[in-house]
Design a protein around this ligand. Sequence first.
Ligand code: HEC
Length: 132
Amino acid sequence: MKPVFIVVLFVATFSISVSKAFPGYIEWIAPETAKNLVNPLKGNSAAILEGKKLFTQLCAVCHGDKGKGDGVGGATLNPKPRNFTLDKTQNQADGEFFWKMSEGRPPMASYKTILSTTQRWQLVNYLRTFKK
Ligand code: HEC
């Protein structure tokens, strides 16, 4: 084999392995019951403002100010913090967001004891503002 092919092969293999940042990644799926949770603050715009404050204090470091998953604290994490502007993310029920932030999953903490139920729903309302 010519050296140039070896180089091409090496680069190809290497880029496949880095693009799949986390080969063992298992999709994070909330249980069916989470989908049926009713958001008590649905349509409440004051809640969005409260959610924004919380997000800026606690979440933006990883998820980024604009919710794109590009916060400095998330740069080296695996998996990467979720991008809330993607349809894939927004196509979930309010209850799924609520359940995920309540339970957490490494490297993200569980916010069940850190934040009240109301605060978590306020955050759900704010996360919806990232929808494109
Ligand atoms: C230490 C960094 C970090 C912080 C701080 C953080 N997150 Fe996350 N978050 C993550 C990571 C990483 C994921 C992706 C986890 C996965 O896919 O397994 C995630 C995923 C999520 C998800 C699930 C999205 C989806 O589509 O599955 C929600 C909802 C969420 N975060 C909300 C929040 C909220 C609200 C806060 C603040 C209270 C917060 N996060 C703070 C790192 C963080």
